[in-house]
Design a protein around this ligand. Structure first.
Ligand SMILES: Nc1ncnc2c1ncn2[C@@H]1O[C@H](COP(=O)(O)OP(=O)(O)OP(=O)(O)O)[C@@H](O)[C@H]1O
Ligand SMILES: CCCC(=O)O
Length: 361
């Protein structure tokens, strides 16, 4: 079998995770942490591009990885225009949208750009896999009740699809024939209804939709939010921070660290218990609602992300949903592996890479 050496890059807000794989075999996995003063000196996330690229190249050099041996480079894709899931070749139209931050600022906007720059010098392919804007919603799911505000698909597509494939395999099925509810529970929380390999409904995990999370508000009563916006007490950025970054556990308990919250609960903190239980309650409610999207025909419910390490938290959710279907737990996220697998499917000719459309022409 042909040996493919693939470099994968997952830029996050405070770190850049990189991996080098020989086909499925992990050669290197590394989390490069960035000090706030290093990243905060740049006005826009995109301005961090050269700094992050150089850090990646230095780490590869220190680890003895000769980049001239690479077969492809893959980055986590960002807030592009809505596209269906899969592996995409990085092209000029995509680079333009990533640079502009077409759908907003997000650290993953850097992934495709850095992958492309490294690949260009080596004359090899650059790819992204299942970016956060994967949009496979069915038409019913787009209607919100306010025509100017359609519901959007912004979610942890990369990890959700990787976990869905894994769950389907564990059930003895293929992803394309399965009906699954997948819940990613990290800094943000998204619950997706996966039918035959497509995510036909999902909450927008970035902008105020679905359960609250360690640092996001989720759905809040709309009328009261409008009153807050027009109270004259807050700037737009301050309201946005209440929804994304400073919402959820952060707002109630001043931490986004669920391990810390579990310690508070263990030490008898009643407020921490109420808020933590409420987060589990809202997640269960969202899963219940998505089970209706699948008309009750659910092969399994998969729970994943960092919060899935919390055994008591998983029990709190499971007791409300295990009547719907079996609950499978896959703690953590396997985004580097998922980027590698998506690239490998293309290099091994199992999948044709998709082309990001030139929306301007
Ligand atoms: N062993 C554990 N028990 C309970 N919670 C945990 C454990 N390990 C991590 N977590 C919690 O998981 C959350 C972070 O999850 P994760 O690492 O998936 O998020 P992220 O990658 O920062 O954000 P996102 O997944 O939204 O992109 C934090 O609240 C963290 O405290
Ligand atoms: C929901 C999209 C990914 C993220 O949490 O930033």
């Amino acid at each position: 079998m042909q040996l493919n050496r693939i470099l994968v890059i997952n830029p996050g807000s405070t770190s850049t995770k990189i991996g080098v794989f020989d086909n499925e075999l992990v050669v290197l996995e590394k989390t490069i942490r960035h000090k706030p003063e290093e990243v905060n000196q740049y006005k826009r996330i995109i301005d961090q591009y050269e700094f992050r690229k150089q850090v990646i190249l230095s780490v590869l050099d220190e680890e003895g990885i000769n980049i001239s041996k690479l077969s492809a480079v893959c980055g986590r894709g960002g807030l592009l225009r809505p596209i269906e899931g899969g592996t995409y070749e990085v092209n000029e139209a995509m680079i333009e949208d990533l640079k502009e931050g077409y759908n907003g600022e997000h650290a993953s906007n850097l992934g495709g750009i850095i992958a492309s720059e490294i690949a260009k010098g080596l004359n090899i392919g650059a790819y992204i896999v299942d970016p956060v804007v994967v949009d496979e919603l069915h038409d019913l799911a787009r209607i919100s009740g306010v025509p100017e505000i359609p519901r959007k698909s912004i979610f942890h597509a990369l990890n959700q699809k990787a976990v869905a494939r894994r769950a389907a395999k564990d059930l003895g099925q293929t992803y394309k024939e399965s009906r699954l509810l997948v819940t990613h529970m990290g800094g943000g929380i998204t619950v997706g209804a996966h039918v035959n390999g497509r995510v036909i409904d999902v909450n927008n995990g970035l902008h105020g939709d679905g359960p609250f999370s360690p640092e996001r508000a989720g759905t809040v009563p709309a009328g009261d939010l409008v009153s807050l916006c027009y109270s004259g007490q807050l700037y737009r950025d301050e309201v946005m921070k209440k929804l994304v970054g400073q919402g959820g556990l952060m707002a109630y308990l001043d931490t986004n660290d669920a391990v810390e919250v579990e310690n508070m609960v263990e030490h008898g903190d009643k407020k921490a218990k109420l808020v933590y239980d409420a987060m589990a309650y809202q997640i269960a409610k969202e899963i219940g609602s998505m089970s209706v999207v699948l008309e009750g025909k659910v092969d399994a419910i998969a729970l994943t992300g960092g919060l899935a390490y919390g055994k008591a938290f998983i029990s709190e959710i499971s007791k409300r949903i295990d009547w719907i279907a079996d609950v499978l737990v896959y703690p953590g996220e396997n985004e580097l592996e998922a980027l590698n697998e998506g690239t490998l499917r293309v290099l091994q000719n199992e999948e044709i890479p998709k082309q990001y459309p030139n929306f301007v022409e």
